[in-house]
Every structure is written in structure tokens, then in C-alpha cells.
Design a protein around this ligand. Structure first.
Ligand SMILES: [Zn+2]
Length: 137
């Protein structure tokens, strides 16, 4: 019975190699996706933390009538419980309010994620219209 074919070692090696290549491609895609998702989540958390700092600064201005010189003043004044940190290990820099430019707000810049994107003109307009609607009621 010479017609019966057995699996040769070479065929086995070819199949195993194809499976290994396929597995490495799939795991590469998964790792890439996982890292991008993690980076995106960390950026969202970082932006949220910096928005909290900016909100604390707005309260500081409302209460004291002047801008805070640094983050520590917000903690000392009880506007923040502590100085938050970036989840990606970025360092926050305090970019104080510019008296010469009334439109420039104090910003907290992250060394990893940069600035928070300022609101677009459309967003500002929308906020103003919301305010007017509230005023009418
Ligand atoms: Zn950050």
C-alpha cells in the first residue's frame, strides 16, 4: 500500500510556520490596538484633570479677584485637594493668565499631551446662546 500518504516532516514544518506567522500578525494587531486604546484613555484623563485645575482657578479668581500664580496656591486655598498628575507621567506647567490679552485664559500644559484644545468659535457661540436662553427663562 504505497498510495497511503503520511504527513511528512516538511509539510508539518510548513503548516506550523504559517500558523506562527498568522499568530504573530494577530497578536501584533491586538497589542497595537491595546496600546492605542490605553494612550487615548490616559489622554482623556489628563485633559479632565487639567480642566478640573482650570475650574479651580476660575473659582480662585471669583473668590479672590486675581489669578493664581501657581498650582500650589490652588491647593493652599483649598480649591484642589492636591496637585494632580498626568497618568502618562507628564509634568504639568502653569501658563498664567496674560493681563495684556483678556481672551487668554490660564492654561495647564502637560509635557506629554500639550495644551487642551481651546474651544472652537462654534462652541463659544453655542455656549453664549445657551447662556442667553437661560437668561430669558
Ligand atoms: Zn498628560
Amino acid at each position: 500500500m504505497t498510495n497511503k500518504r503520511a504527513v511528512t516532516l516538511i509539510e508539518l514544518v510548513v503548516v506550523v510556520t504559517i500558523l506562527a506567522i498568522f499568530a504573530s500578525i494577530v497578536s501584533g494587531i491586538y497589542v497595537n490596538y491595546h496600546l492605542r486604546t490605553k494612550a487615548s484613555a490616559e489622554k482623556s484623563i489628563c485633559i479632565e484633570k487639567r480642566k478640573q485645575i482650570q475650574y479651580a482657578e476660575e473659582l480662585f479668581v471669583e473668590d479672590l479677584g486675581n489669578h493664581s500664580e501657581n498650582l500650589q496656591n490652588l491647593v493652599n486655598g483649598g480649591y484642589l485637594t492636591d496637585i494632580p498628575g498626568c497618568p502618562s507621567g507628564g509634568v504639568y506647567a502653569w501658563m498664567p493668565h496674560d493681563e495684556g490679552d483678556p481672551l487668554y485664559q490660564t492654561q495647564v500644559v502637560c509635557s506629554v499631551h500639550g495644551t487642551i484644545n481651546p474651544p472652537t468659535e462654534a462652541e463659544v457661540k453655542q455656549e453664549k446662546e445657551k447662556g442667553k436662553e437661560k437668561h430669558k427663562k
